[in-house]
Design a protein around this ligand. Structure first.
Ligand SMILES: [Zn+2]
Length: 101
């Protein structure tokens, strides 16, 4: 990786290695969310966020399969936001506000 430091991890999802790696992670986890066992709307998450460990972006050991609600919960925790419960409308309103520091 050359050039300036890349933030937010978006570059990972454009990498030609990512689609195969994402499938490998889901297959390893049995095509189910590792937290709640759901098999719907699965996403592959970086255990250590890419922004903290870009060198582990393509490390299968650093990937886990989560459903979209468990993934959203983890992302919310990482952003240090308070738990709001499953009220999606409130969550969406919060997303549209500037985050406090
Ligand atoms: Zn889940």
């Amino acid at each position: 990786m050359s050039g300036r430091f890349k933030r937010y991890g978006r570059w990972v999802y454009r990498d030609p290695r990512w689609p195969a790696l994402r499938i490998a992670a889901k297959r390893r986890d049995g095509w189910a969310c590792i937290q709640c066992g759901s098999k719907h709307r699965l996403e592959v998450d970086h255990i250590v966020p890419v922004r903290d460990a870009p060198e582990r972006a393509f490390d299968l050991e650093n990937l886990q399969t989560l459903c979209c609600s468990c993934h959203a919960r983890k992302t919310k925790k990482e952003a240090n936001l308070p738990e709001l419960g499953p009220d999606r409308v409130k969550w969406r309103e919060l997303l549209n506000r500037p985050l406090p520091n």
